[in-house]
Design a protein around this ligand. Sequence first.
Ligand SMILES: [Zn+2]
Length: 242
Amino acid sequence: MHRDPPTPILRPEEELSRLGASERIRYRLVGANCRYHANDNIAEFIREGEMEELKAEVAAKMQEVLRALVIDTDSDHNTNETAKRVAKMFLTEVFRGRYVPMPSVTEFPNVSRLNELMIVGPITVRSACSHHLCPIMGKVWIGILPNEHSNLIGLSKYARICEWIMTRPQIQEEAVMMLANELQERVKPDGLAIVMEADHFCMHWRGVKDDESMMTNSVMRGAFLKDANLRREFLSLLSKKT
Ligand SMILES: [Zn+2]
């Protein structure tokens, strides 16, 4: 039977190198069947140097947005560099948690077998809504009931994990769930409680222009679900801390 010699298959990365950075990253994500919603972290699909490429790409598209808004960025010195500034702000500040890996966290075995309710907070939250990309500013409190097998992490690490989750466009309900999942997996406590209270700027700046736009969400897991006293203790300590 006659067979044609196999056609040389280009290595995917060679093929990809001809595309823009965002296309390349998207191609890898789709290939790995990995979700890439606004609140997903995609760090493991980004190669060295590609963040710089992304920054240039977003700046160029942002320049087009300004152009579509009929703003003369050439003669208006205030908006001259705006596209670049916004691209940098999105990628390295306000949406940073999508593009960088989880901050490294050292876990300590619970040698002293702590089993008392521990509360961390208020942790300042700076996030953005995925509907309008408007700021969400707020606070988070975390309640942990460790058991002897729990891993303990340093206090400042709670804030770093929280920041990593929050610096993504998202909705508050999903943000607290994501934070709970991350902490559950690392700390493995008997009980985990999270309360987030935040101000949604898309309610001030646009829409109903409502000044009462605080939203409070909570997640209760394990012992906090089963034990009403524990839940009450957490909530009462928390109200004293505001
Ligand atoms: Zn919004």
